[in-house]
Write a protein that binds this ligand. Structure first.
Ligand SMILES: [Zn+2]
Length: 189
């Protein structure tokens, strides 16, 4: 067993007690996790042991999901290049007709021309912003290859449906705020 090469996910790396039965480095700090329980935290950096030994790396992620990440990154780079490199050039190019118009009329350029120029720049940057937002959403999508890992590793399964959980969270927050308000009004008296 290569000491610095964690086994692939699903491979038996735990002994009967659920302890790491191989040399496996913590993905955050490199600490050797051998003999630690899979549900424990790294004693050096508190990163969950499970995170390191099950190989939560991009190379174990779904290839389609990785492609999505690559596309998202490309969109962000396009938006960045469009803003930093092309944006100033576009402004410069768009200002030429306005300046020529001003020189011809020997005074202020036509307001229509100024408006058209400003609108074109606004639309250009709005499109880039939308591209960047779409790109940034890519890493927020869930990797299908990692779905169900929590169940495999610690038997965790969500019992509360998302909407119910959201409702309870909001109810808790409202109650909490009301309690604070009550306390404050008592204090003010
Ligand atoms: Zn660590």
């Amino acid at each position: 067993m290569e000491p610095d090469q964690p086994k692939l996910p699903g491979a038996a790396t735990l002994d009967a007690d659920g302890r790491v039965a191989m040399d496996a480095q913590c993905v955050s700090c490199g600490y050797n996790l051998r003999t630690l329980k899979v549900e424990a935290l790294c004693p050096e950096c508190a990163q969950p042991v499970a995170y390191s030994i099950q190989g939560y790396f991009l190379r174990f992620a779904s290839p389609r999901w990785i492609k999505g990440l690559a596309r998202g990154t490309a969109l962000v780079l396009i938006a960045l290049g469009g803003t930093v490199v092309v944006g100033p050039l576009l402004s410069l190019a768009l200002s030429i007709p306005t300046m020529m118009n001003a020189a011809q009329s020997q005074g202020a350029p036509s307001t229509r021309l100024v408006h058209v120029t400003a609108s074109a720049q606004f639309v250009y940057h709005a499109i880039l912003t939308v591209l960047a937002i779409i790109g940034l959403l890519a890493p927020t999508r869930r990797d299908p290859a990692q779905a169900g890992r929590a169940r495999e590793l610690f038997g965790f399964e969500a019992k509360t449906p998302f909407e119910e959980g959201l409702r309870r969270t909001i109810a808790w927050y409202r109650e909490y705020r009301a309690a604070i308000a009550r306390r404050e009004s008592r204090g003010a008296r």
